[in-house]
Design a protein around this ligand. Structure first.
Ligand SMILES: Cc1cc2nc3c(=O)[nH]c(=O)nc-3n(C[C@H](O)[C@H](O)[C@H](O)COP(=O)(O)O)c2cc1C
Length: 304
């Protein structure tokens, strides 16, 4: 009983469960095959990929915080060519949709990357707009509606793949940002990326992270993420994928009730590499206990 109750389809991507690996927290998936069966997860959003290889930031890159973590990895990755030549063929051995999370420093770079990745085996692109726009004095794409819309339009012109735009929470009005990227052609929206944070070592009086500031994730961000998911899902027509601090099925259900059609699990993978399996199983248990037939019966049902 309940075989298909977790199956979802978002922007044409068919998934066995609505639980997806969040970018940057699950490598390219291949690193985790000793722990979790990739064939059983909804989809994998792979490590943020750039046009050229990147070494990432120097110094300390990860710090624990109360109920979460700060990171400033700096998008370390082997680059798109390596991904296409080495990683993607290996991922083809698994029956799991591969979402490629992309980052760029100009609108043109995003377009070039999207065109390169318009190949079989890539299920969709997820666009990380939490990156500084070098042509506009380092202003982050995701904090300016016009830049976010330009990137979305350029990518839509460059690929036939579904385009998921991943929003930054470091904005005043997340719904306006969501509407801007929807109008520019986004097929789906995912949120939230990490919240900008900082920690200071009181022995040395120096910032803990080599990059001074970094992205906060984990359970501490969940209420902010649920609120933003609800605001965005209420403002747009395209499907929304929610994330931020999901550790359990109960956490995921909050995002579904807020209006997300699927969820991504990030920091939890560092605590328990099988977290996504548990989250999916707990959603299913909840549906069965409530006599519900399909996970879609939860989506957007919060009684406000
Ligand atoms: C170590 C680390 C690396 C990340 N790298 C990326 C990335 O490359 N691209 C991206 O869009 N998001 C990246 N993120 C953000 C996550 O995908 C996710 O949006 C965020 O961590 C919130 O979810 P969580 O609380 O479940 O971790 C990263 C997060 C962490 C903790």
């Amino acid at each position: 009983m309940g075989e298909n109750m977790l199956e979802v389809e978002i922007a044409g991507i068919k998934m066995k469960t609505p639980v997806i690996a969040a970018s940057g927290t699950f490598g390219f998936g291949l690193e985790y095959t000793d722990f979790i069966d990739l064939n059983k997860i909804g989809a994998i959003s792979v490590k943020g990929t750039t046009l050229k290889p990147r070494a990432g930031n120097s110094g300390c890159r990860i710090a624990e915080t109360p109920a979460g973590m700060l990171n400033s990895i700096g998008l370390e990755n082997p680059g798109a060519e390596h991904f296409l030549a080495v990683t993607l063929p290996k991922l083809a051995a698994y029956n799991v949709p591969v979402i490629v999370n992309i980052s760029g420093s100009t609108v043109e770079e995003y377009g070039e990357l999207a065109a390169m990745l318009d190949v079989p085996g890539v299920a969709a692109l997820e666009v990380n707009i939490s990156c500084p726009n070098v042509k506009h004095g380092g202003l982050v794409f995701g904090t300016d509606c016009n830049s976010a819309a330009s990137v979305t339009r350029q990518i839509k012109k460059s690929t036939k793949k579904p385009v998921i735009v991943k929003l930054s929470p470091n904005v005043t009005d997340i719904a306006t940002m969501a509407k801007a990227v929807e109008e520019a052609g986004a097929d789906a929206i995912s949120l939230i990326n990490t919240l900008l944070g900082m920690a200071i070592d009181i022995k040395s009086w120096r910032p803990v992270l080599g990059n001074t500031v970094g992205g906060l994730s984990g359970p501490c961000v969940k209420p902010v993420a649920v609120r933003m998911t609800w605001q965005v899902a209420s403002a747009v027509q395209v499907p929304v994928i929610g994330m931020g601090g999901i550790m359990t099925g109960q956490d995921a259900i909050e995002f579904l009730l807020a209006g997300a059609c699927a969820v991504m699990v990030g920091t939890a993978n560092f605590v328990n590499p099988r977290a996504m399996e548990t989250v999916a199983a707990e959603i299913k248990e909840y549906l069965l206990a409530r006599g519900l037939k399909h996970v879609s019966e939860l989506v957007g049902q919060v009684r406000v």
